[in-house]
Design a protein around this ligand. Sequence first.
Ligand code: PAF
Length: 283
Amino acid sequence: MTMKVIKTVAEMREWTLSRKKAGRQVGLVPTMGFLHEGHLSLIRRAKQESDAVVVSIYVNPTQFAPGEDLDRYPRDFKRDQQLCLQEGVDAVFYPDEMYAPDHKTYVVTEELSKILCGVSRPDHFRGVTTIVAKLFNSVQPDTAVFGQKDAQQALIIKRMAADLNFGINIIISPIIRENDGLAVSSRNKYLTPEQRQQAAVLYRSLRAAEQEYEQGNVDPVSIKNKMKEIISEQPLAKIDYIALVNADTLTRPKPGTNDVLAALAVFFDKTRLIDNTILKKRR
Ligand code: PAF
């Protein structure tokens, strides 16, 4: 089977149009490359949901603040290409640049983009929604698949797709974890062996939150304190935030809220890791 590497928006649109004319459903998996098991699970999901799968690979500068890791973000297109081929991807959209030098337009999802990760990364989600809107307009897929690991991003993209009438089915696929529970992420590569070992504490704290909730403790403050206590046992871990919010709105959970999202961001030196779980009450 051949896999096409497409570099321009015009060619990308043409490719999708020809697939749609042939009655095929097109699925998109947007990525910043350096593919790992998490991305592969998104690709597999896209394959289940559509007849032709496009993976986009573009390290989007507008979602990085000055001083963040844009320059050192890991890149390996040859390896990504090989993985996509193995997974039976139909086309890789690999543009050199997505922004004209005189680019002036941004897409902002109000409120949702200013809380949780938006506090320490104020322009991050503006960059994400802008590039995802541009990718949607370039690829014009029927379906797009994103990971639950970026729970806030997933919710914001769903909101944006609905608000701007993209008519694209947004699918959110579960978190993939390493053996010790650490969520798979491109940024795990930055961790030293000692940091990597201590990073498993993120999942342990989320598991503790799940257990508290299952046992009937629905008090967000006491659950957050428990999580903080567990994370603080690891000397290299510096908590950015721990939050318990309504999983659909990211607002404060009211008594009786069904699904509560426990989300956190933790620094290991300059590396910021995020993770989350949905807390479900015992029925
Ligand atoms: O989740 C990511 O990898 C990125 O935020 C995305 C959605 C590809 C936009 O650059």
